[in-house]
Design a protein around this ligand. Structure first.
Ligand SMILES: *Cc1c(COP(=O)(O)O)cnc(C)c1O
Length: 308
């Protein structure tokens, strides 16, 4: 099943000056409720869960996690119960992400820092799974080999020529899928949303190797666009996101896609791409996070209320 997302060509004096084209692949519009890369990552996992006659999707995430929101929505749409193990203490009232997850039917449980650290531990996972009916375990962030396989289709479903693909990275699963999908063609650039994102080099190499049996050299990480770390920002980042929305009517998110597109523009400004380069930046979604983000940082941002 191939699914083509709209490609939106940006017009901008900078792009014109530098002689490059930049299109935004609107993966955020792919599927209402389960936007962006989260649908790509869940698709084959949902098929596997169904084939194994599982009844409950069990996963882990932070309190503002796009993955938690997407799993809750997917469970509701495809008829699975969902259980979300949330890092930290319960805070009431629930933030908008967790309110949404609960409204989708997700059962929430909270893990203190020590327990949360055990989330990859097989013994701990086995204990947790005992409490769910016919469970299917999705790792934090949803990254496993079926997720990587789903993300290859971000590239293989592309219907326009491209030279460079740009994508934000958290766990690197989406980037790995795109590297696998590109199969050595062109250049793929990942923009880690975390500080110290260099560790993703090994993660992504491992995932690509496990998924395809190959190692590719045509990809890289740009690790300088984390803006202080995961879920952190600077006024400069917010100004960029606001201006981008005003100019192109595309709402980026503050955790991933805003940082990635800031980085893409910065690289273009620094003449990192020869004239004639056709860039595609993948909008992986994440707009659900704005409501909680604005609350948490006490931001009054008019541009986030009008959706797309
Ligand atoms: C989850 C997420 C990512 C990161 O995906 P990984 O596969 O974990 O690297 C990027 N962008 C958005 C909007 C996300 O929600």
């Amino acid at each position: 099943m191939s699914q083509t997302s709209p490609l939106q060509l940006l017009t901008d004096p900078l792009l014109h000056d530098k002689g490059v084209t930049l299109r935004v692949l609107r993966e955020d519009l792919l599927r209402p409720g389960i936007p962006g890369n989260k649908w790509r990552k869940l698709k084959y996992n949902l098929q596997a869960a169904r084939a194994q006659q599982c009844e409950t999707l069990v996963t882990f995430g932070g309190a503002f996690s796009n993955h938690i929101a997407a799993v809750a929505a997917a469970g509701k749409e495809f008829g699975f119960a969902t259980m979300g193990y949330i890092r930290g203490e319960e805070t009431l009232p629930l933030n908008p992400t967790l309110q949404y997850a609960t409204a989708c039917g997700m059962q929430l449980r909270y893990l203190g820092r020590t327990d949360y650290r055990l989330r990859q531990d097989p013994g701990f996972q086995a204990e947790i799974l005992k409490t769910a009916s016919k469970p299917y375990l999705l790792p934090e962030g949803g990254t496993n080999l079926l997720a990587v396989q789903g993300c290859t289709e971000i590239v293989t479903d592309l219907r326009e020529p491209w030279d460079v693909l740009c994508v934000a990275a958290g766990t690197g699963g989406t980037l790995a899928g795109m590297v696998a999908g590109a199969a050595g063609q062109g250049r793929v650039i990942g923009f880690p949303a975390l500080k110290g994102g260099e560790f993703l080099k090994q993660e992504v190499t491992g995932l690509v190797q496990a998924s395809t049996g190959h190692t590719f050299q045509n990809w890289e990480l740009q690790t300088h666009y984390h803006f202080g770390g995961y879920a952190k920002h600077t006024p400069e980042l917010l100004t960029f996101i606001q201006a981008f929305h005003a100019q192109h009517a595309i709402l980026l998110d503050p955790v991933y896609t805003g940082k990635m597109l800031y980085g893409v523009y910065d690289l273009i400004r620094q003449d990192s791409f020869p004239r004639g380069t056709q860039l595609v930046a993948v909008h992986t979604g994440g707009q659900q996070g704005w409501a909680g983000y604005a609350q948490r940082y006490k931001l009054a941002l008019d541009f986030i209320s009008d959706g797309q």
